[in-house]
Design a protein around this ligand. Structure first.
Ligand code: GLU
Length: 307
């Protein structure tokens, strides 16, 4: 059984790996993160254990991608979503555009890379961006069971100002008719969803809902249609850890999504929701200490879905 003493010892042991990574600096505001931070929360629906810098807020960044995907699936249905975005891993970095031009179907390869996620953001319903971001926040607050979740405006503005690569992806997507309407508005919504602040407990609670196929065992409510939670979980396994997803599936085997804010949301099917925060990233953009910690926990408690 996972307990407080176990998590405390894991944090103590793995904190030293934070020196192997660097905080993301391509969004200037993210440079302010503390490289040595490491935190974790593990939730089984009844008991929750947290350790290290678990209560520090950080921006969700790409961890928002499977969450917003599920809301878009609820809004638009599967056919519409996958008419515009594919289902295949890319083998390219998260912000790559190379395949957009060369891939025969001229659509982003999956919803976990930026091109796919920007397209997915454009499919969220609402009369304007205020209504859309409030719907995304409402969905995240519901899954995390926490009303105190907001957008970090400084991180949002920092990325809006410097996100030229995402801006070029946006205009390219408009050109190939994956997105409609104002590109700048779609990008604003995407930058806002990435700037939502959470802690590891929020991630653990959300990932347990995904681990349980959208069902909240505590309240008996189906918060996300089962099929959509399964789609998100599958993308987390196949494309959730950037172009290290294959290695991670072998070493850890838990459907997970990471973000450049240092977060990892891991859903051990029917078992645990795990939230990790460790902003020192490796060259692929994944939390160095966070990944190692998950590998250890997966092995200690036989959490790999392949076992
Ligand atoms: N907002 C970031 C970007 O689009 C998210 C990147 C990430 O976490 O992978 O560049």
């Amino acid at each position: 059984m996972i307990d407080q003493a176990y998590l405390d010892s894991i944090i103590k042991e793995y904190k030293r790996y934070t020196i192997e990574g660097q905080v993301a600096d391509y969004i200037p505001e993210l440079k302010k993160m503390n490289r040595g931070d490491l935190g974790i929360s593990v939730y089984d629906g009844e008991k929750v254990f947290s350790s290290g810098n678990w209560d520090k807020k950080f921006t969700i960044q790409s961890v928002s991608k499977p969450l917003v995907l599920m809301l878009a699936l609820i809004d638009q249905g599967e056919d519409k979503i996958f008419e515009l975005v594919g289902k295949e891993p890319t083998g390219d970095p998260f912000n790559s555009m190379i395949r957009l031009e060369t891939y025969t179907f001229k659509k982003p390869l999956n919803p976990m890379i930026n091109a796919g996620a920007i397209t997915i953001s454009s499919l969220i319903k609402g009369k304007d961006n205020e209504e859309k971001i409030n719907r995304i926040l409402g969905f995240i607050r519901l899954l995390a069971d926490n009303e105190d979740i907001h957008v970090n405006k400084d991180v949002f503005l920092s990325e809006k100002e410097t996100g030229n690569r995402n801006r070029s992806l946006g205009y390219f997507l408009k050109d190939i008719r994956c997105i409609e309407g104002s590109v700048e508005e779609v990008l604003d919504l995407y930058f806002m969803q990435c700037s939502i602040e959470v802690n590891t407990l929020d991630l653990a609670k959300m990932s347990l809902i995904i681990a349980n196929d959208g069902f909240n065992k505590q309240t008996g409510e189906q918060l996300i249609p089962k099929k959509y939670a399964k789609i998100a979980k599958t993308f987390m396994l196949t494309c959730g850890m950037y172009d290290e997803s294959g290695q991670f599936a072998i070493d850890v085997g838990i459907p997970s999504k990471s973000g450049v804010g240092g977060g990892i949301m891991s859903s051990a099917p029917n078992q645990y929701g795990i939230g990790v925060y460790g902003p020192a990233l490796n060259l692929k953009g994944n939390s160095v200490a966070g990944m190692r910690m998950l590998e250890r926990i997966s092995k200690d408690f036989d959490m790999s879905i392949f076992l």
